[in-house]
Design a protein around this ligand. Structure first.
Ligand SMILES: Cc1ncc(COP(=O)(O)O)c(C=O)c1O
Length: 345
């Protein structure tokens, strides 16, 4: 029997290796596939050329210099580097939202740093005032759109916040879901990097470019910040296949629009069906949704798994909410059928 995997983290081990791979993300581009086939001949070499080429492309695309880019083995490596470089007993604490994408909290704890969690506002935005007040040197992590809520923090609030944060406090803006956000209240803060030495913006090829298994991400920051991060980074951490696939993906002009459309169509279907069943979602600006199940989500997650549908994990700040990655239309239909049965039981 097929397992419909609508989430991957922490459930892959329950469902077997195939489950993680079964999640439908935007298909990764034909151009990326071709680039990887062509790169077989250079797998015996260190990846400097492919590395330089990708850095040049990313720098050009973001209107910055190549000294302002660090590539990572997924944006996870960028998050880890930021925790290592800017948090810890001497550098200071990490301030993050609750709930948010929690990996950086773990990296920071491993560096011996204190971690302060600040609840999201009632609109599911980052509570910038409280986050700023809680910070002292160290690093403020802002995930926009936020995982797991798929909500955004308004652009004007972010601009003010970045302008008034003291330069000795670093800000890491995680824009993993940037391509899915279409609200007029949303913007990338990459253009603000030139005026703010304490701002770092992380991006990934795992989402809209469908490269989660290949592992490639990057960040944009000022050259001095990048130099500090390099000190903690492994040499050649991004492999040549990921580098050539990422370069080719950037050249594929249709990839972003196609990925966004595929996700939006399936998301609209899912939200409509959930609404008919009486379940309201937090307004989503990402390729996943979070909605209120009106009762504890843990038994529902388990019951869904018994029906071979893996959904997102528990986020303790919202014990009644389910996080659901948007997959293919057929997968979302399978989810709706299973969910209807589970909630009626
Ligand atoms: C907000 C956010 N940031 C970063 C990551 C890490 O992504 P990757 O390491 O695949 O680039 C994820 C993955 O789910 C995420 O949701």
């Amino acid at each position: 029997m097929n397992t419909h995997s609508i989430s991957r983290r922490h459930f892959a081990h329950l469902l077997g290796v195939g489950a993680a791979a079964a999640i439908i993300r935007p298909r990764f581009t034909v151009a990326a596939h071709e680039a990887m086939k062509n790169a077989h001949g250079v797998c015996n070499r260190y990846p400097d050329e492919a590395n330089d080429l990708l850095i040049d492309k990313i720098a050009k695309m973001n209107n910055v210099n190549r000294e302002q880019i660090v590539l990572g083995d997924g944006s996870s490596e960028i998050l880890k580097l930021c925790a290592e470089t800017f948090t810890g007993a001497t550098e200071g604490k990490l301030v993050a939202a609750d709930p948010t994408f929690e990996s950086i909290l773990e990296y920071s704890k491993a560096c011996g740093g204190d971690v302060v969690k600040v609840p999201l506002t009632s609109n599911y935005a980052h509570d910038l005032e409280r986050m700023g007040a809680a910070a002292q040197k160290g690093l403020i992590y802002i995930c926009n759109p936020n995982n797991p809520t798929a909500s955004i923090t308004p652009k004007n609030d972010l601009r003010d916040f970045i302008a008034k944060t003291p330069p000795e406090t670093m800000i890491l803006m995680d824009e993993a879901y940037f391509h899915y956000a279409d609200s007029s209240d949303y913007e990338s803060v990459i253009p603000l990097v030139k005026d703010h030495p304490n701002l770092i913006v992380a991006r990934t090829f795992s989402k809209i470019y469908g490269m989660a298994g290949l592992r490639c991400g990057y960040c944009v920051a000022q050259p001095d910040t990048i130099k500090r991060m390099h000190g903690f980074q492994m040499f050649d951490s991004v492999n040549v296949m990921a580098l050539v696939a990422a370069s080719a993906s950037l050249d594929d002009v249709d990839q972003v629009n196609n990925g966004r459309k595929m996700s939006n169509d399936a998301r609209t279907f899912t939200l409509t069906e959930l609404d008919k069943l009486g379940y309201k979602s937090i307004p989503s600006q990402a390729n996943f949704i979070m909605f209120d199940c009106k009762k504890p989500v843990v038994p529902i997650i388990k019951a869904m798994k018994d029906k071979n549908v893996a959904v997102g994990r528990l986020f303790p700040a919202y014990p009644n909410h389910m996080r659901l990655t948007i997959g293919k239309q057929s997968e979302m239909e399978a989810f709706v059928n299973a969910f209807r049965q589970v909630m009626a039981a």
